[in-house]
Design a protein around this ligand. Structure first.
Ligand code: R2B
Ligand code: URA
Length: 308
C-alpha cells in the first residue's frame, strides 16, 4: 500500500479555500475528518448515494470513523449528508469510503469532482485512493441488467479522450481506467454470480441525439442510420454502453494521478429501442448489482487492512 501523501500541483490552493458546492472549508480540520479516505464512490442520484452509504455502513460493521447524525426518534445513528447545507450535491463518509452524488452529465460531475479531489488533497489522503462511479447506462448489444465495467471511455465521436476548455481554448486529455481495479471488480462480480462484462463506454453530453436516440425533441436521421452507428460502435470499437460522465471521471482522475473505475448496469439494449421503461423494482434490482460488486470489493479490502 502506498504511504505517499496525495498532493495536487496547483500553487493557488491553500487554507483560505472554500469548497462551495460541498459546503466545506479547507481549514476545517480536514486531515482529521477525511485523512483516512481510501475509496470514493459516486453516482448520479442523491437518493441512491444515500442508500449506498447506509448499506456500506451496515456492510462494514458500523465503522466508528464515519460521519453520522442521530435520528432521535428512532434512536439510531445514520450517515449524515455532509453537503446538505450547500444544496447541490449529497456527500457521506462511511469508514474509509467517501460517497457523493454528481447529478447528470460531465459539467455537473466536473464541479463536484474538482472539489472532492481538492478535499483529498487538503485532507492529506494517500495516493492510493480509488474513485469508482456506480451509475446507470444504456447497453449496446448486451442483455439488460448486465453490469458493464468500463475498459476504454470514449467521447461521443469515439475518441478516447476528455475535452474541456481553459483560457478559451479546447484541451483534450487522455482518459483511462485502472486495469487492476477492473480486474478485481470483475473477479468480485464473478464470485457473486452477477452478470457483468468488460466493454468500452461512450460518454455523451446529452441523452437523446448524442446517444443516437430517435425519440428526442428533434431527430434528423433514420432508424437505419442509428443502427449503423450502434453496430459500428459495437463491432469495431468494442462499445457496450452509453452514459454521460465516464470520460470526465477518467480524465480528471488521470490528471490527478488517481486510479478509477466505472461500473454501470445497462438498463436496456439500445439495439432494440430507445425508451427506458422498466419498473422501479427492476431498476433497483439492477442498480443493486453495481452496489454489491463495489461494496464487496471495498469490504474485502477493508477487512484485509484491519486484520493485522
Ligand atoms: C446515466 O443516466 C443518466 C441519464 O439518465 C446519466 O447521468 C447517466 O450517465
Ligand atoms: N443512462 C444513459 O446515459 N443512457 C441510457 O440509455 C440509460 C441510462
Amino acid at each position: 500500500m502506498s504511504s505517499e501523501v496525495f498532493r495536487l500541483k496547483n500553487p493557488n490552493l491553500g487554507p483560505h479555500d472554500y469548497l462551495y458546492h460541498l459546503g466545506i472549508s479547507a481549514s476545517d480540520g480536514l486531515p482529521e475528518k477525511y485523512g483516512d479516505v481510501k475509496f470514493v464512490c459516486t453516482g448520479g442520484k442523491a437518493s441512491r448515494m444515500k442508500l449506498f452509504a447506509i448499506e456500506m455502513y451496515e456492510k462494514l460493521g458500523h465503522p466508528t470513523n464515519s460521519i453520522l447524525y442521530e435520528n432521535k426518534e428512532k434512536k439510531t445513528k445514520v450517515p449524515e449528508d455532509i453537503s446538505q447545507s450547500a444544496g447541490r450535491y449529497s456527500m457521506f463518509k462511511v469508514g474509509p469510503v467517501l460517497i457523493f452524488s454528481h447529478g447528470i452529465g460531465k459539467a455537473s460531475l466536473s464541479v463536484a469532482l474538482n472539489e472532492v479531489i481538492k478535499l483529498l488533497h487538503y485532507a492529506e489522503c494517500k495516493t492510493d485512493v480509488k474513485i469508482i462511479r456506480i451509475g446507470s447506462s444504456g447497453g449496446v448489444g448486451v442483455e439488460p441488467g448486465t453490469v458493464v465495467i468500463t475498459d476504454k471511455p470514449y467521447d461521443a465521436t469515439l475518441k478516447q479522450q476528455y475535452d474541456y476548455v481553459n483560457l478559451g481554448k479546447d484541451v483534450s486529455v487522455p482518459c483511462t481506467t485502472s486495469a487492476e481495479l477492473r480486474k478485481h471488480l470483475a473477479e468480485v462480480a464473478e464470485k457473486l454470480g452477477i452478470p457483468a462484462t468488460a466493454g468500452n463506454t461512450i460518454s455523451t453530453d446529452g441523452f437523446f441525439e448524442e446517444q443516437c436516440r430517435l425519440d428526442g425533441a428533434f431527430c434528423e436521421y433514420t432508424d437505419e442510420d442509428k443502427l449503423n452507428f450502434l453496430r459500428r460502435a459495437h463491432d469495431d470499437f468494442g462499445v457496450r454502453n452509453f452514459e454521460m460522465e465516464c470520460t470526465c471521471l477518467a480524465g480528471l482522475c488521470n490528471r490527478a494521478g488517481l486510479e478509477c473505475a466505472i461500473v454501470c448496469p445497462a438498463l436496456l439494449n439500445r439495439l432494440f429501442g430507445d425508451i427506458v421503461k422498466i419498473t422501479d423494482k427492476q431498476i433497483t434490482l439492477w442498480q443493486n448489482r453495481s452496489f454489491q460488486i463495489v461494496g464487496e470489493y471495498i469490504k474485502e479490502r477493508y477487512q484485509n487492512a484491519n486484520s493485522v
